[in-house]
Write a protein that binds this ligand. Structure first.
Ligand SMILES: Cc1cc2nc3c(=O)[nH]c(=O)nc-3n(C[C@H](O)[C@H](O)[C@H](O)COP(=O)(O)OP(=O)(O)OC[C@H]3O[C@@H](n4cnc5c(N)ncnc54)[C@H](O)[C@@H]3O)c2cc1C
Length: 504
């Protein structure tokens, strides 16, 4: 046993540390199998104090540390870049610390999942508004804040989960423990506001992709769940991408308060129907159409009716749109999304559409009026890369699929666009094909570069995208310089998430 291992074991006890090959490999990847990095040690701390001690030892021994929540990052963010280092598994820190019902604020440990947190809140008729990411049943609130996550429901109304952030407890890479916002005042007994007491230092850690500190305690605003809700689904029978974009734009311009609004492109509807993923549409939908749905909430029946009328006027006023029935079995996916926690199942189902395939995603924010062109350009990209795509197809008999998953309204006139391509993994028919691995990585980088050049905003960057963004010269040099200045001053040895953004 190494000295380092012994020192770390003394902090957390034998039960919460491992260097077994099996455990290290289990923590060596995220969602994609393309980017692997095997840690030397996996450790599961209990609290901020233990994390502080771990980080101090890592600084002494100059060993990188990688925080990991649910491990759901789509870009290889919560595993080492290259091999080695300490993997800090935050999932043991999953307790609720305080529900402040009077001030509508919840404080919880950063490793708790959005699902567990909201299950607890639902007993009080409360929720977190933005319900985190679509992976919310496993993804942690610490991971969500580190990514500016959206997509798990409620983000048209509430925006990204970082909008609700009140205060953070963070262990800095050198081991000091700080609290932000109202908690910067040592006389403040409970977190109540994010802004003030100097600059918004909580913001520094929002969307930092785990490079500036380990979030240990998160306080979020919470909201009473309104008593009334309505949800409708529509088939968009022609030109579904531009029509859906017009609808989303009209919703914002008319100031209608929707909880969620989503567009699902024709390709996904067609493939999903073929593979039995959407049983609710089997009887009543053509294969070649897009889907649009909305969810609204209200405090009275009259408010609900008025909003429904306004939305229906917008949607049914568009060319060849058709409303599906109100039950889930009639095709109303919006009802499933809201009532049956479909908001946390949707993406798992889509990504499991072809269980053996791997999604190589490009998930970003972009203005509503830009995504139809990006989708067209993805078709163009697919044609331009047909030779490489064909090489994979020749081996596996299954052509990789380029396109977009759901397009979701987020705050302002923006959407979350999930696109990319889904390919075959290199293991096929009992053999490992290096060529597939090489092509997947090459095409993934290529599609990320192509989408970046549409001027989109990345929020989850992980291993591959944080570095590519720098390598292709997309990040403004002055901005990169400032980020590095901050990184150097809080983490002089680049202990935390070493390698991201090419700082190391
Ligand atoms: C099926 C599926 C659906 C998804 N849907 C969405 C979606 O709708 N919207 C969306 O935004 N994303 C989505 N994602 C991506 C991802 O799940 C989310 O971004 C999620 O918020 C990540 O949380 P996590 O706990 O899994 O974080 P991890 O993947 O474990 O970590 C994410 C990043 O945060 C850092 N980190 C984690 N915890 C901490 C901490 N306590 N302190 C400091 N740094 C930390 C890690 O180092 C890493 O860089 C999806 C993923 C999957 C697999």
């Amino acid at each position: 046993m190494s000295d380092l291992y012994q020192k770390l074991e003394d902090i957390v006890s034998e039960k919460f540390i491992s260097n077994s090959e099996y455990v290290r490999h289990a923590y060596s990847r995220n969602v994609d199998p393309v980017l692997q990095g095997i840690p030397s040690i996996v450790i599961r701390p209990r609290d901020a104090k233990e994390i502080s001690e771990i980080l101090k030892i890592a600084n002494e021994d100059n060993i990188p540390v990688y925080p990991r929540g649910g491990g759901d990052c789509e870009f290889g963010g919560s595993k080492p870049i290259g091999d080695g280092g300490i993997l800090l598994d935050m999932k043991r820190m999953n307790n609720i610390i305080n529900l402040d019902q009077e001030n509508l604020i919840i404080t919880a440990e950063a490793g708790i999942s959005w699902g567990k947190l909201n299950e607890y809140l639902s007993d009080y008729g409360l929720y977190t508004g933005c319900m985190g990411p679509g992976s919310g049943m496993t993804a942690s609130i610490g991971g969500g804040i580190s990514h500016h996550s959206v997509g798990g429901g409620g983000c048209a109304k509430y925006g990204a989960c970082t909008n609700q952030l009140v205060s953070l407890e963070v262990v800095l890479p050198t081991g000091e423990i700080i609290e932000t916002g109202s908690q910067a005042n040592k006389f403040s007994k409970i977190p109540f506001n994010r802004f003030g007491n100097g600059p918004d230092l909580a913001g520094l850690f929002c969307g930092d992709n785990g490079i500036l500190g380990v979030k240990t305690k998160v306080s979020l605003q919470i909201f009473p769940k309104p008593p009334y809700a309505n949800y409708k689904t529509f088939a968009l029978n022609r030109k579904s991408a531009p029509i859906s974009s017009e609808i989303l734009s009209d919703i914002r311009h008319k100031g209608i308060d929707v909880y969620d609004a989503m567009y699902i492109m024709d390709l996904v509807v067609g493939l999903g129907l073929k593979e039995g993923l959407f049983p609710m549409w089997e009887k009543n939908l053509k294969r070649k159409c897009g889907i649009f749905f909305y969810t609204i909430e209200a405090n009275s029946e009259a408010e609900l009716e008025e909003k429904t009328k306004q939305l229906d006027n917008i949607i049914l006023g568009k060319n060849k749109t058709q409303e599906l029935g109100s039950e889930i079995s009639d095709g109303n996916i919006a009802r499933w999304h809201y009532e049956e926690q479909g908001h946390w199942q949707m993406y798992h189902n889509l990504w499991g559409l072809y269980p053996a395939l791997e999604p190589l995603t490009a998930e970003c924010f972009t203005p509503i009026n830009t995504y139809p062109d990006i989708l067209l350009d993805l078709d163009q990209w697919d044609m331009e890369h047909n030779d490489d795509i064909q090489k994979v197809t020749n081996i596996t008999g299954q052509r990789p699929i380029t396109g977009s998953g759901p397009v979701l309204l987020v705050d302002g006139c923006n959407v979350e666009l999930t696109c990319g391509f889904t390919s075959n993994p290199p293991y096929f028919d009992g053999k490992y094909y290096d060529i597939i691995d090489e092509i997947n990585l090459k095409l993934w980088k290529s599609i990320l570069e192509r989408v970046t050049k549409h001027g989109v905003q990345w929020y989850m960057m992980g291993d591959i995208l944080s570095r590519l963004f720098v390598e292709i010269g997309a990040i403004r040099p002055e901005y990169h310089y400032l980020m590095k200045l901050i990184k150097d001053s809080v983490d002089p040895k680049h202990i935390l998430s070493r390698g991201k953004f090419n700082f190391w």
